[in-house]
Each structure stands twice: as C-alpha cells, then as structure tokens.
Design a protein around this ligand. Structure first.
Ligand code: NI
Length: 172
C-alpha cells in the first residue's frame, strides 16, 4: 500500500468539482486501500480522493479513527439527499488546511445516498460526528473547503497566516 501525498490549501486542484466513478475495477480497489492507509497515517477521520489529487467522487472515512482495526467505510458518488437540524461542529479541521481549526455550522442529521466500493447502492442515515464527516468530505468533491463556511474575516486571517507559513517554508 502507498501513502498518498495530500494536497494542501491553496492548491487549485482542491477547488475543482470532480467526476463520478463509473468503473469498479481492481485499480479502484487499490486507490481505496491507498486512501484508507493515507487517512490512518495522517491521521484523520475522513479523506476525499480529490485531496490526493485523484479526480473521482470517492471518500473514505472512519469516525472511530481506529488505526488498529481499520474498519473504514467507502462511499462513491455520494449525494446528501436530505438534511435537518443545526449543530456546531467544534474545532473542525482538515488535512488539506494545515494548522487551523474552527467551529463550523453543520446539519445534525443527514441522509446520504451513494455506492459502495463494488458499485452497489448504499444509503447512510447519519447524525453527529458521522454527519459532519459526510458533509465535510462531500464538500471536498464540489471544490469546497471547511473554511468556506466561516466568516470572510476569519477566512482572510487564515489565508494570510497560510501565506506567511508557506513563505517561511520557502526561505527555510
Ligand atoms: Ni477535509
């Protein structure tokens, strides 16, 4: 298995909508396994293919973040078909948005439809953390980052901080 390189803000690839998966072959299974390995290595509770530079509507997630069991879920071509209730996702973060966490308004309950890793239809009724993860990862597939849900001021502060950090990396 390969640990994939995770793209970080402001990489323009993270901003494009990605395409549906249409072929469920061995190559796809390898991508899924590499993504899961990358997620546990990071470590994170979810990863969208676009974050690894892969143009596919594909996410892996494990709310338990259990590196021993590695009982992760896969959802392909996911779509949130209904959502209700409001909650604050406290200290939300993203592997593609380094060194930053913030509270984000999310739906508490969601119903998501998609396909499993072999192309069979799947419906996930989610609440709380799982619901947050699904909203966050599906946003990625549409070129949206969690900082897009914050106020323009907070977003600008992060952009400035990130710019400075990248500049320091260059000169270090
Ligand atoms: Ni993310």
């Amino acid at each position: 298995m390969t640990i994939l390189n995770i793209l970080t803000y402001p990489d323009p690839f993270l901003r494009q909508p990605v395409h549906p998966v249409t072929v469920f072959d061995d190559a796809l299974q390898t991508i899924i396994e590499d993504m899961a390995e990358t997620m546990y290595d990071a470590p994170g509770v979810g990863l969208a293919a676009i974050q690894a530079g892969i143009d596919m509507r594909l996410i892996v997630f494990d709310p338990a973040a259990d590196v021993e069991k590695k009982e992760y879920s896969v959802l392909i071509n996911p779509e949130i078909v209904s959502a209700r209730g409001q909650m604050i996702s406290e200290n939300e973060g993203c592997l593609s948005v380094p060194d930053y966490r913030a509270d984000v308004k999310r739906y508490e309950f969601t119903t998501t439809k998609g396909l499993d890793r072999f192309g069979n239809p799947l419906t996930i009724e989610a609440e709380g953390l799982l619901s947050i993860i699904l909203q966050h990862e599906i946003d990625h597939l549409n070129g949206i980052l969690f900082i897009d849900h914050l106020s323009a001021l907070k977003r600008q502060l992060y952009k400035n901080r990130r710019k400075k950090a990248l500049k320091n990396e260059e000169t270090a």
